[in-house]
Design a protein around this ligand. Structure first.
Ligand code: TRP
Length: 457
């Protein structure tokens, strides 16, 4: 513990690492998938509102807490509120990391498998036939060992990056991969828009039909805004803790949010323009694994486009997965004095094993949450997106407002800003809205589960 704390090498490196965490499967798979099933543009608008009201204030809050304490979540809450129960918010974050990465790593493995299918021309026989694509996908994920094989490779790469450290691993790879993701996705979006009929996809995504908007899609959008910005489990606290005092945190948070949103929109554009141009169904589930493999081979050079898509998705998944594992690693380094290597390998392995049970539950024969009427995979996703992240986010907002104090918060936020245009009132209002809205959503979910009462339908 006597070693100097690791730090980011540059401002840009920090922004790319933090936005690398934010940009992930959530942007490229979950967002277009949810928009497709919830009326397209109406969902997009609510999502944007959640990102800018709830998301922005919490990204800033996490950065500020991390930089002030120079510690990962458990230590950070303990340092700002010694001897209180607030450190449990930190523990909740570490627990969330186990839950999220277990299923995230499985999807990471699926993506690797799809890169291989695409490169070897495997999409060709699926051209225009989503039913065939669907059975290829289901046969693969229902298998016992093949998905695990790829999950293990994905987790190994993830562990390897983290073992190389904050600057030499996370920052280095984020700096390489983030620009590539933007370029590749941009190229795919342009290709989609220039297809005859592609523009229909744009209007699906951006022209609202409010009759399609239901209260449950609002809830979904809010939950997703946490997931996509990596909020509620201290990822951004951990990344903020590797910062020196020169960074402008407001500015950085705006960059992270802008990049995350831009990439979700680009992914939506790329996917829906192609889907509409080729007459596929925008509402089909598992779109990227089922619809796209049947769409790509219909394009000239489809093997190349398909491969580029899954490669960029792999990079997005990897930069996110490392940020989740880093929360666990940082906890054992900061609080237990372990070495980076020992912490990462040991807990990377534990998460891989839990993840194997997520994969088995898709059809591989073992589902330890059978009694809940849910696969273990879905349960882990549900538990984290519906409860752990929102509760963590809500408590973080309450912590700043009620325990640590907005004045202390602003004092830290102002460091590194040229002009101090931070208004205390705005911060109180934004964090207050965040805590209230999220609290309401959690209560709604609990009442629904426990008593079947729906406050919002
Ligand atoms: N934000 C990532 C995505 O959109 C996933 C992610 C990374 C995440 N770190 C997280 C989600 C921490 C919740 C909490 O795919």
């Amino acid at each position: 513990m006597s070693n100097q704390r690791e730090q980011w090498g540059s401002k840009l490196g920090f922004i790319l690492a933090a936005s690398g965490s934010a940009v992930g499967i959530g942007n490229i798979w979950k967002f277009p998938h949810m928009a497709g099933q919830n009326g397209g543009a109406a969902f997009t608008l609510v999502y944007l509102a959640c990102i800018f009201v709830v998301g922005l204030s919490l990204v800033i809050a996490e950065f500020v807490i991390g930089r002030r304490t120079q510690l990962s979540p458990v230590g950070a809450f303990e340092k700002l509120a010694p001897g209180t129960n607030w450190k449990w918010v930190g523990f909740l974050g570490v627990a969330s990391a186990f839950v999220i990465l277990s299923f995230y790593g499985v999807v990471g493995g699926w993506i690797m498998k799809y890169i291989i299918i695409s490169v070897t021309g495997g999409f060709k026989e699926l051209a225009g036939d989503p039913a065939a694509a669907s059975s290829v996908f289901n046969n693969f994920i229902n298998g016992t060992w093949s998905p695990i094989f790829f999950q293990v490779i994905f987790m190994t790469v993830c562990i390897w990056v983290i073992v190389n450290g904050v600057k030499g691993g996370i920052e280095k790879w984020s700096k390489i991969m983030m620009p590539l993701i933007i370029i590749l996705l941009g190229a795919l979006a342009v290709r989609g828009m220039t297809l005859p009929g592609g523009m229909e996809g744009i209007s699906f995504l951006f022209k609202p039909r409010f009759e399609d908007l239901t209260a449950s899609s609002v809830v979904l959008a809010l939950g997703h805004s946490f997931f996509t910005l990596s909020l509620g489990m201290g990822t951004m606290i951990t990344y903020g803790s590797y910062l020196g005092r020169k960074q402008n945190l407001l500015n950085s948070a705006l960059w992270v949010i802008a990049l995350d949103t831009a990439i979700a929109m680009l992914a939506g554009i790329a996917i829906f323009t192609m889907v509409f141009a080729l007459g596929a169904n925008p509402e089909a589930g598992n779109g990227i694994f089922v619809v796209l493999p049947s769409v790509f081979p219909q394009l000239p050079g489809g093997t190349v486009w398909g491969t580029l898509f899954f490669v960029l998705l792999f990079m997005a998944a990897l930069t996110s997965a490392i940020s989740i594992l880093e929360v666990v690693t940082a906890y054992f380094i900061d609080q237990k004095g372990w070495t980076r290597k020992k912490a990462t390998i040991q807990f990377g392995l534990v998460i891989t094993i839990v993840g194997a049970f997520c994969s088995f539950s898709m059809g591989g024969g073992i589902n330890i949450t059978e009694f809940l009427g849910m696969s273990f995979f879905d349960f882990m996703d549900y538990l984290s997106s519906k409860y752990m992240l929102p509760i963590g986010g809500m408590l973080t907002a309450i912590f700043v407002l009620k325990k640590w104090g907005v004045d202390h918060f602003i004092e830290e936020l102002k460091i590194g800003m040229d002009k101090s245009i931070v208004s205390k009132e705005i911060i109180i209002v934004l964090l207050g809205i965040a805590a209230t809205v999220v609290g309401f959503i959690i209560i709604n979910e609990v009442l629904d589960i426990a008593f079947g009462i729906k406050l919002i339908q």
